[in-house]
Design a protein around this ligand. Structure first.
Ligand code: AMP
Ligand code: GLY
Length: 422
């Protein structure tokens, strides 16, 4: 099989590593890829959002399956364009990807189909949004409707903060058109978990849960980032909770999309709050999480490719073994200053020594090769990932490996996987 992987971050490096192990793969290409991905795939210099170029490439190279890492090309209609050309895609069509691309759409879908989520209302004008906030009272969460690079949800502890957030979105257009509609949402209390399931249009297959660590500093302090680390599994998310989430959230969501004419093919990322009233949806994403994907794939059983094919083609699921009891952790190594401004081009040392350690993989997120040297190229630079028989072993292995790696300004959280709940 000839596979094209779209994207060039840590999530896609983990996907490339896992896909390349499949005996069914005859050729693997990545667009645009990165120096880590280049160890498993032929990288082609096409951006993840260059739909015309990607389609032409897939046709020319007779690609059997295109696996899409990031959300933007899916929301922009990549899967629709490829389907028109008769090409199979792991990832939903635009109308189904709207589950991530428009929070107002996702909330409306959940309301129509009674899928548990925070109470909410949607507004395009500031005055009625502010009135609604007064009716409900703080704390509240104000969310920009469209894609905002993970920065579109503002937790507001007081009404003045909510007024300010509404002003940022609707009056000062801080998120551009993505914020021209806002969702005002009830603040949920509980433990946050990311759960992943595959869907083939009608049927679903549970994968596993992971826990992201979003803030930049230890102890969940500081500004939000794309994700400073993740671990899997999640102790509080047991088999009974998984069944409950499958029956009350995942199956109804996939059925709802099919019923509304947008069958969902790909991976559904369910951002959950485990509240006292049960699991509720914080958000849906139409792709794997980054860095959750890295933590998931290093502990995933068996061959991933037949699962991706079944999701893309709408066929039945191949036999998969249960997920092994082993645990994993992925720690992001970030550039100095991230998630604010940072410099790039710093020389990276020690990746090989880190990877020589047992159970460790170093996934490249924001790296480049300059004159044969590996250098930093993004905010999140590397995802040091380790598996072990238990979480404590995985954590010790990951942090041991990090001790081998150096670049100027490097920083990371030292408490990934060590939350009370873990
Ligand atoms: P989202 O982009 O919708 O996942 O929101 C980003 C982050 O904001 C989440 O990971 C939560 O930590 C927080 N958040 C979002 N919605 C809520 C909510 N309704 N109640 C409490 N926290 C929330
Ligand atoms: N780690 C959060 C995300 O991928 O959206």
């Amino acid at each position: 099989m000839r596979i094209l992987l779209i994207g060039g971050g840590g999530r896609e490096h983990a996907l490339a590593w896992k896909i390349a192990q499949s005996p069914s793969v005859e050729a693997l290409f990545a667009a645009p890829g990165n120096p880590g991905i280049a160890r498993h795939a032929v990288c082609v210099p096409l951006a993840a959002d260059a739909l015309d170029g990607l389609l032409a490439f897939a046709r020319r190279e007779r690609i059997d399956l295109t696996v899409v890492g990031p959300e933007a090309p899916l929301v922009a209609g990549l899967a629709d364009r490829f389907a028109e050309a008769g090409l199979a895609v792991f990832g939903p069509v635009a109308q189904a990807a709207a589950i991530e691309g428009s929070k107002a759409f996702a909330k409306g879908l959940m309301e129509r189909h009674e899928i548990p989520t925070a109470r909410f209302a949607t507004f395009a004008a500031a005055a009625p949004a502010r009135r609604y906030c007064r009716e409900r009272g703080a704390p509240l969460v104000i969310k920009a409707d469209g894609l905002a690079g993970g920065k579109g949800a503002i937790v507001c502890r007081t009404l003045p903060e909510a007024d300010e957030a509404i002003g940022e979105c609707l009056e000062r257009k801080a998120f551009g058109v993505a914020g021209s509609t806002v969702v005002v949402e009830e603040f949920l209390v509980g433990e946050e978990v990311s759960f992943f399931a595959l869907a083939n249009g009608n049927d679903v297959l549970p994968l596993a849960a992971a826990e992201d660590h979003k803030t930049v500093f230890d102890g969940d302090r500081g500004p939000n980032t794309g994700g400073m680390g993740a671990h899997s599994p999640v102790a509080s998310f047991d088999a009974a909770m998984e069944r409950r989430v499958m029956e009350t959230i995942v199956r109804p969501t996939i059925a709802a999309l099919a019923k509304e004419g947008a069958p969902y093919r790909g991976v559904l990322y369910v951002g959950l709050m485990l509240t006292a009233e049960g699991p509720k949806v914080l958000e849906f994403n139409c792709r794997f999480g980054d860095p959750e994907c890295q933590a998931l794939l290093v502990r995933a059983p068996g061959d991933l490719v037949p699962l991706l094919v079944a999701a893309a083609h709408g066929g039945s699921w191949p036999e998969v073994g249960g997920w092994p009891a082993r645990a994993s952790v992925c720690v992001s190594l970030a550039s100095g200053g991230y998630p604010g401004k940072y410099r790039t081009g710093m020389t990276i040392d020690g990746v090989e020594a880190a990877e020589a350690r047992p159970g460790v993989r170093v996934f490249h997120a924001g790296t480049a090769l300059r004159d044969g040297r590996l250098v930093t190229e993004g905010g999140r630079v590397l995802g040091v990932t380790a598996v072990g028989d238990d979480l404590a072993t995985a954590i010790a292995r990951a942090y041991g490996a990090i001790g081998e790696i150096r670049f100027e300004g490097m920083h990371y959280r030292s408490d990934i996987g060590r939350r009370r709940s873990a």
